[in-house]
Structures are given as structure tokens and as C-alpha cells.
Design a protein around this ligand. Structure first.
Ligand SMILES: [Zn+2]
Length: 285
């Protein structure tokens, strides 16, 4: 049975799924990865293979509860329908309600990065914050990169409105906190840079008592990237940095044996990295 929530000492991490489906192909999402690279992983991780070339993808977010504070990590594809994700409509608000959390209860929306499948629920159709009492936290590097004309145009071509409608207004609304480097969001919840997928991609190190976990955003999209760090999704902006970040996280996470959370991993994005005959392996919780 798979696990949807974990406890890290006194802090709780709950997986939320905004949408899921066979939205992409392996050849399209991983154009530089030869087909045979995937073969060893088909039997071990069949849930990621919806057909010969069809890639099953989940778009997830995480709820982190620490005492009376509530953090939402990423905000999914949004209410949609979003053509890039099979014209699906995000379920995040219902997912939060199933955990007893209303939008007004969220204190911090932490954006691991600013890709369209992580910012979709930031604002309502009226342009007001979906989470009216929250501070929205993004990295300075991503804020700057996603507002470069060529990057913004590329993102808007993927999902119309994903920068101008879903991200840019956060600053004018006065709800945005831009951070750089390691930054404590709350006691036991520290943001740290994990660059590569985007220039300013950040993850969270959660610690409570003697326990710890990492919420990794899009450091890994597929469990094959745990032993083969060189597999890069087409959306990795800086492949060399992304590979280096995966290598660093694999070393750290396998040494510590700590639970990990990834936005696109199945079934709930929670797992850990163990070693079999010295080879690092993703094991879902
Ligand atoms: Zn993503």
C-alpha cells in the first residue's frame, strides 16, 4: 500500500495531486535519451509507462503542517482546462479540502520554481490571491529568468497566461517574497538551491527532532534519473547543473536514508533512495 502522508518528527508532509495522465511521450519529453535507456525501468516502474512511448505523468503539490503553520509547496496546473496537460483541470483546492485545509488557512505558498505546472493556482480568475492570507515565496533567480522576454515568450507558448497572469501580478499585489540562497521559511523548514531544472529551482529541507526529509520539486521527474543522473527532461534549462544537483541529492539522500518528496513521482511522490549492490534506487513509500 502506498503512503500519502509522512511525519517528520512534529512536522507532517501530505501529498496532493492536481492532475495525472499520459500527457507526454518519452521521445518528446526526453529527446536526448535513447529508447533502450528506458528498457531496464519498464518492469520495475510500470506505472510510469502508459504504452510503448507514452509517459504517465502526475502533477503534484505538497502540504506541510508545522504546529499551527501551513505551507503549500507549489500550486499545480490551476483550474484549467490546460491543453498541455490533456485539457485537464487541476484538483488542488479539492485535495486541500480533503485534508481539512481551506485556501485561507495557507500561510506560505512556496514555489520550487516557476514552470506553468507549479504556479497554476496562484491567483483566482479575478486576479486575486487564491490563498488570501499567504505569502508567496519564489527564488530571485527564477523571478528574473522567467521575466526575460525570450523565456517568458517560450513559457506563454506552452501555457498561455502562465507568467503574465499567474506569476507577474504577485509582486504588484504585495504578497511576494523573493529569496536567495539558503533561507529559513519556518523553524525546521529551510529552502536551499537545487539549480538546473530552472536557474533558481529550490527545494526544502525539513527537520524536526532527529528526523529529516527533502521536498525536491522537479529535481527528479522519473525514478530512472536516480541511478542515471544524466537523463534530462526537455524542460531542464541547464542540463549540466541539473545532473550535478541530482548527483548531490542522490549522495546525500541515500547516505541519510531520509524520505523524499517529488512533484511528478508516482503514486504520491513520496519515497527514499536506497542502494542495491551499490546502485542508488528510488523506492516509493
Ligand atoms: Zn514540473
Amino acid at each position: 500500500m502506498s503512503v500519502r502522508r509522512i511525519e517528520v518528527g512534529e512536522i507532517e508532509i501530505v501529498s496532493l495531486t492536481d492532475t495525472a495522465g499520459p500527457f507526454f511521450t518519452y521521445s518528446g519529453a526526453y529527446p536526448a535519451t535513447p529508447r533502450e535507456t528506458w528498457d531496464p525501468f519498464r518492469a520495475r516502474y510500470p506505472e510510469y509507462f502508459a504504452g510503448e512511448d507514452a509517459l504517465f505523468t502526475r502533477v503534484g503539490c505538497f502540504l506541510v503542517r508545522a504546529g499551527d503553520r501551513t505551507v503549500l509547496v507549489d500550486s499545480g496546473i490551476g483550474p484549467g482546462p490546460v491543453a498541455l496537460f490533456g485539457h485537464s483541470r487541476g484538483q488542488l483546492v479539492e485535495e486541500l479540502a480533503s485534508c481539512g485545509v481551506a485556501p485561507k488557512d495557507v500561510d506560505i505558498v512556496f514555489l520550487t520554481h516557476l514552470h506553468p505546472d507549479h504556479v497554476g493556482w496562484n491567483l483566482t480568475s479575478e486576479g486575486t490571491p487564491t490563498f488570501p492570507n499567504a505569502r508567496y515565496v519564489a527564488s530571485r533567480a527564477d523571478w528574473e529568468v522567467f521575466h526575460r522576454p525570450e523565456v517568458k515568450a517560450a513559457m506563454e507558448a506552452l501555457v498561455p497566461g502562465c507568467v503574465e497572469r499567474d506569476v507577474t501580478p504577485l509582486a504588484g499585489l504585495g504578497v511576494l517574497d523573493v529569496i536567495e540562497g539558503e533561507t529559513d521559511l519556518l523553524p525546521g523548514i529551510r529552502a536551499f538551491p537545487t539549480p538546473g531544472h530552472t536557474a533558481g529551482h529550490m527545494s526544502l529541507h525539513v527537520t524536526s527532532g532527529s528526523q529529516q526529509a527533502l521536498i525536491l520539486g522537479d529535481v527528479f521527474h522519473h525514478p530512472a534519473q536516480v541511478p542515471v543522473n544524466e537523463i534530462c527532461i526537455a524542460f531542464d534549462m541547464d542540463t549540466a547543473a541539473a545532473i550535478q544537483t541530482r548527483r548531490r541529492i542522490v549522495e546525500w539522500a541515500s547516505r541519510e536514508g531520509m524520505p523524499l518528496a517529488g512533484c511528478h513521482l508516482l503514486p504520491h511522490g513520496l519515497g527514499r533512495i536506497t542502494r542495491r549492490d551499490g546502485v542508488p534506487v528510488w523506492e516509493a513509500l
